[in-house]
Design a protein around this ligand. Structure first.
Ligand code: SF4
Ligand code: SF4
Length: 331
C-alpha cells in the first residue's frame, strides 16, 4: 500500500513514500474530496464555502506539504498550526532537544508554538470565538466537517451526554497539563521519574489513551455511531482550553430572533456538538456555549433565518426575552 504513494512522494520529496507520508496523503485527500462534496451541498452559503476552503487549505499546506518541504531541507518535521495541548508532545525532551539543535529555526519553532498557545489562542478566541481554530484551521475539525458531515445529526443531545462532556473534556485537559508538568520536571532536573512514576510511562499512557484510542479509534472511527465531533466534543484538550476562553471572554455568540422561530428543530438536529439550539431560539436568547465550534450549520439549516453568528461587544453577551425568562447560558 505504501508503494502506491511512491509517485507522489517522489514528486514532492524526491524519495519513496513511508507509512506517515501515506497516512498524510490519504488524510489530505479525504478532507479535499469530501470538502468538495460539502461545498457543493452548501454552495449557496458563503460562510460554509469559505470555511471549507480554509480547512482544505490548512490541511494541504500546513499539515502535509510544508512538513514535507522541511524534511527535504533536513529541518524538523513540524505542523505549524498544531497547538499544545492538542500537540501533546510539544514539550517532550526529544522535541526540546530538536529545537535547541536547530539554531535560529529551532528557536523560531519553539517561540511560534509558545506564542500560539499563550497569545494566539486567547487573542483570536476573544475576537472570533473558538471557531477560528475548530472550524477553520484544525485538521481534526477539518476531517469532522468534511468526511464527518453525513454523521453530524447523530450527536447525542441528552442532558446525560452534556454532563459527561463536561467531565471528560476537562479531565483530558488536566491529564495533559499534569503529563506536561512531569515532562518539564524531568527535562530540567534530569530525573526520569516524578513522585516515583516513570515520566516516559506517563507520556506513553497519554499517547496510547488520548492520542490513539480517544482521538483515533473513537474520535474518528465512531463517526457513524456518535457523530462527527466525538473527539472535539468529549476529549480534545485544546477544545477545552478554547472553550473556557469562549465561554468567559469572547465577542462570539449566536444571536437569535425568537419571534421568527417556528420550532422545526432543524438547528438542534444538525448541531454536531449536541447543543439544543432550538431551546435558545424559542427564548430569543443568545447562545454563548463553551462547546460551540461555530460551524454555522444551525444557521444554514434554519428555514427562517433566526440564527446569526456574530462577533460583537462582549458586554451584550446575554440577551433575554423579556416575556420568557430562564437563562440557558448558565449551561
Ligand atoms: S450551535 Fe450551531 S454553530 Fe455551534 S456547534 Fe452547534 S451547529 Fe455549529
Ligand atoms: S431551525 Fe430555525 S426555525 Fe427551526 S427551531 Fe431552529 S431556530 Fe427555530
Amino acid at each position: 500500500m505504501i508503494a502506491v504513494a511512491d509517485p507522489v512522494s517522489i514528486l514532492i520529496t524526491g524519495t519513496p513514500a513511508g507509512k506517515w507520508f501515506l497516512y498524510g496523503l490519504l488524510y489530505t485527500l479525504f478532507v479535499g474530496i469530501m470538502g468538495v462534496r460539502f461545498i457543493v451541498k452548501y454552495r449557496h452559503n458563503r460562510y460554509q464555502v469559505v470555511r471549507t476552503l480554509s480547512v482544505i487549505f490548512f490541511q494541504t499546506a500546513f499539515a502535509f506539504i510544508i512538513p514535507q518541504i522541511l524534511t527535504i531541507l533536513q529541518k524538523p518535521y513540524i505542523d505549524f498550526k498544531n497547538i499544545w495541548p492538542l500537540d501533546y508532545s510539544f514539550f517532550f525532551s526529544y522535541k526540546i532537544q530538536e529545537y535547541l539543535n536547530n539554531g535560529t529555526f529551532g528557536f523560531f519553532m519553539l517561540g511560534w508554538g509558545l506564542a500560539l498557545m499563550l497569545i494566539g489562542v486567547p487573542l483570536f478566541t476573544y475576537f472570533f470565538g473558538k471557531r477560528w481554530y475548530c472550524s477553520w484551521v484544525c485538521g481534526c475539525g477539518g476531517l469532522a466537517e468534511t468526511a464527518g458531515d453525513p454523521f453530524r445529526q447523530l450527536s447525542n443531545k441528552s442532558l446525560k451526554a452534556w454532563k459527561f462532556e463536561r467531565i471528560s473534556i476537562y479531565s483530558v485537559l488536566i491529564f495533559a497539563i499534569l503529563m506536561t508538568l512531569a515532562t518539564l520536571y524531568s527535562f530540567f532536573t534530569e530525573q526520569n521519574s516524578v513522585l516515583g512514576i516513570d515520566t516516559y510511562k506517563i507520556q506513553s499512557f497519554y499517547g496510547f489513551l488520548v492520542g490513539s484510542i480517544l482521538a483515533g479509534v473513537i474520535g474518528t472511527g465512531f463517526y457513524p455511531v456518535m457523530g462527527n465531533r466525538v473527539w472535539c466534543r468529549f476529549f480534545c484538550p485544546l477544545a477545552a482550553y478554547l472553550g473556557i476562553v469562549q465561554r468567559y471572554k469572547s465577542r462570539f455568540r449566536i444571536t437569535t430572533n425568537g419571534g421568527q422561530c417556528i420550532s422545526c428543530g432543524n438547528c438542534s438536529t444538525y448541531c454536531e456538538m449536541g447543543i439544543d439550539v432550538r431551546a435558545y431560539a424559542q427564548k430569543g436568547q443568545n447562545i454563548v456555549r463553551a462547546s460551540c465550534v461555530g460551524c454555522g450549520i444551525c444557521a444554514a439549516v434554519c428555514p427562517r433565518g433566526v440564527l446569526k453568528l456574530e462577533n460583537a461587544d462582549p458586554n451584550s453577551r446575554i440577551k433575554t426575552n423579556p416575556v420568557l425568562t430562564g437563562n440557558l447560558n448558565n449551561q
